[in-house]
Ligand binder design. Structure first.
Ligand SMILES: Cc1ncc(COP(=O)(O)O)c(C=O)c1O
Length: 406
């Protein structure tokens, strides 16, 4: 950990995390973002709103999610003890519900009955469709057609839950393009529509809203480590797509200087191949830029055109990263590394066999880092991995990658 001093509060009033964040949107959206900021702040200060959110988290989502000691995995690796924060056990199978529920309650509070969302892996789409069904809102989910093909079970789930899934055929037909279409929809229908954004990105106040609703992960995990293990972890590890599960875990540990915070990006086919979604790890392609209304690290070519990305996991397959991660990295408060498709698939299989847990391919990137790191650490050291979701949605992909007899 560095001893750089960090400002007590990020973001600042304009939504900046150091030089990252802000609002880069068409003028028509500025009043909507102001309205959203005000509603969010008043909701946070309203005990009835927060009480309802927390009640639903307990009685509908199933929180708190437990931490599980990965006994066999820790023993086999022979180093640090590994604990898993079990967001895979949250209703709908991933952390995405924490944010979707919070934002859907905000939409209801603001009197907006139509919600739109984008989705990559489908988990945010399913979470949005679920929260919309619960609150009786009308839900439309934009999803790239490549992602529709690789996450079929989630597409069907969204439809069962009453949402309309709108295929996006532009660009790489993945998350970036789905966000483009959702923003277009919002610009056209801003009066009656709430944009339920799924990760810690986009224009201010979205990264702050998403961090707030996801910070329950770290708040719970920190207390559970103290209560059940008797100490804080030495290292917290989370995968980083847009960055919501990672910021949700990291936030509660921000001031615990002895706890290292490690984010894992999608290394795809390896950094030299250029076929990845590692915004921080590739000095040739990743540098500050603006995408989807926020300034952060963006994979781009020499002309500033957004690069196509690749990852075996749809949820990490995105050219930019939440602005707070760029800031935490600059401050050396968090460190970022990568796991390749191959490493994530191997970690996926290891966790299935050794712990009886089928992790999401996104989460498998975090597990891969724990598998690399644990043997280099002493036996009394502790690693906490955020198991952001379950892997049922990924079975088609895994069968395609490693075959049915794996
Ligand atoms: C299970 C799971 N983990 C992680 C992610 C990555 O998103 P984020 O970086 O916002 O947590 C996704 C995205 O869809 C996901 O479904």
């Amino acid at each position: 950990m560095s001893d750089h001093s960090m400002p007590a509060q990020v973001p600042d009033a304009r939504g900046y995390y150091g030089e990252y964040g802000g609002r880069f949107v068409p003028e028509t959206l500025m009043p909507a973002l102001d309205e959203l900021t005000e509603s969010f702040q008043s909701a946070l200060a309203d005990p009835d709103f927060m009480g309802r959110y927390e009640h639903l988290q307990a009685t509908y989502v199933g929180r708190p999610t437990p931490i599980t000691y990965a006994a066999q995995l820790s023993k086999t690796l022979g180093g640090a003890q590994i604990y898993l924060k079990r967001e895979d056990l949250a209703h709908t199978g991933a952390h995405k519900i924490n944010n979707a529920l919070g934002q859907a309650l905000l939409a209801e509070r603001m009197g907006k009955r139509r919600v739109i969302a984008e989705t990559g892996a489908g988990q945010h789409g399913v979470a949005s469709a679920t929260a919309a069904a619960l609150l009786g809102l009308d839900c439309h989910v934009y999803m790239g057609s490549v992602d529709i093909a690789r996450q079929r079970p989630n597409v069907f789930r969204m439809k069962l839950l009453g949402a309309e899934v709108i295929p996006v055929e532009s660009g790489s037909k993945t998350l970036k393009d789905a966000i483009n279409e959702a923003i277009r929809d919002w610009v056209a229908n801003v009066e009656d529509t709430f944009y339920l954004l799924g990760s810690a990105l986009g224009p201010h106040p979205y990264p702050l809203i998403v961090r707030t609703f996801q910070s329950v992960i770290g708040i719970e995990a920190r207390q559970q480590m103290l209560d059940e293990v008797g100490q804080l972890p030495d290292v917290c590890i989370a995968c980083v797509g847009g960055g919501s599960n990672a910021i949700g875990l990291f936030h509660a540990f921000r001031d615990d200087d002895a706890v290292d915070l490690i984010g894992v990006e999608a290394g795809g086919l390896g950094i030299p191949s250029g076929e990845h979604a590692a915004r921080f790890a590739d000095p040739n392609l990743g540098r500050p830029g603006v995408l989807h209304g926020t300034r952060s690290f963006v994979l781009q070519d020499a002309d500033g055109q957004i690069r196509e990305t690749h990852s075996v996991s749809a949820g990490l397959d995105y050219a930019s990263v939440g602005p707070e991660h760029a800031y935490l990295r600059d401050m050396e408060r968090a460190f970022y590394t990568t796991a390749t498709d191959e490493e994530a698939l191997a970690a996926f299989q290891t966790l299935c066999r050794q712990e009886g847990i089928i992790p999401a391919l996104e989460s498998s990137h975090a597990v891969a880092e724990a598998i690399k790191r644990a043997p280099t650490m002493p036996k009394d050291a502790i690693i906490l991995v955020n198991l952001s979701g379950r892997g049922d949605k990924d079975l088609d992909t895994v069968i395609h990658e490693i075959g049915e007899d794996a």
